[in-house]
Design a protein around this ligand. Sequence first.
Ligand code: 5GP
Ligand code: MN
Length: 335
Amino acid sequence: MKSIADIFPLLERPAAVVITMHQKPDADAMGSSLALKGYLEKLGHTVTVVSPTNWANWLNWMPGVATVLNYDKEKEKAQAALATAGYLFCLDFNIFHRTKNFAQDLYNATCKKVLIDHHQEPDVHSFDFGISNVKKSSTCEMIYDFIVAAGHMELLDTDISSCLYAGVVADTGSFRFEATTPGVHRMVANLMEKGINHPKIFSQLYDNFLENRLRFMGNMFSHRLEFFYEYNTALIVIPKYDLLKYEIKTGDTEGLVNFPLSVQGIKLAAIVIDREEERKWSFRSKDTFDCNSFARKYFNGGGHFNASGGGTKDSLQETVEKFRNALKENKDLLQ
Ligand code: 5GP
Ligand code: MN
């Protein structure tokens, strides 16, 4: 994989570009993709953004989101765009299989492939150009760096800046995680000077749910949350029944895994959700417990040191059993 800077001269000539992100995109994946689209269009490129799947409603305020293709629903359009593309940008994921059904098309594509991402252990052999930096707060920060390094700071407008801000807020846990460096705050200062409405962006991301989600959470805290103090761990298990009863949609469960970390002494919080396609895991940790390795070792997943996810075809009962056994194996690391 060549350095990301090597792509700058190539982008001087207008081309067809496809941008994609991980499945079930969050604010960082969608925000970085739309920000890059806004920027590349200013350079004269023709840009198609493809999400591998649907996404949460609370991303629908983002400028440009109406043009994003959902691969699950608009496969032919996405494939046509990829077939004529000169460049494919892959944002906020580290290996093609994170794009689910879109992955095979990405492997087969013959255009130049570019990675911009902050997850651990990227599959660098799949990309021609790119940058992977696990120290970065967010892919949005990396898109900002990309635009600045290209010497195009003046092309950042309010729409691009709003998308970037949203991703940084989301991935830093509103500026509380360790990756929130002085550079992140300097970037945010610059984004604010581009005229973003930051209280509104925050509200659009976090004050945009329906009553059903609160009722679901009430039930979750009362009946679905278990503490294993011996292992400084908390586990939330969500059966399919709850998803149906409370009409839970994409995005409604995001962030719930963080709540148990507010309990004294808890180092690892996990949630498993019995989704249609798989039992989906999310892990969050404090301090020294490595969620990336844990998700990789036991649940076909990965991510960051303090935040990761995974999935399995095992039944809910089986996968919870596996988790309990994994806690035993990791007892020392959880002290
Ligand atoms: P979340 O728990 O919010 O879904 O994901 C936390 C972090 O782990 C994100 O950076 C996400 O990209 C990553 N992640 C979530 N699920 C998976 C997975 O199944 N495989 C891998 N490799 N990473 C995941
Ligand atoms: Mn991210």
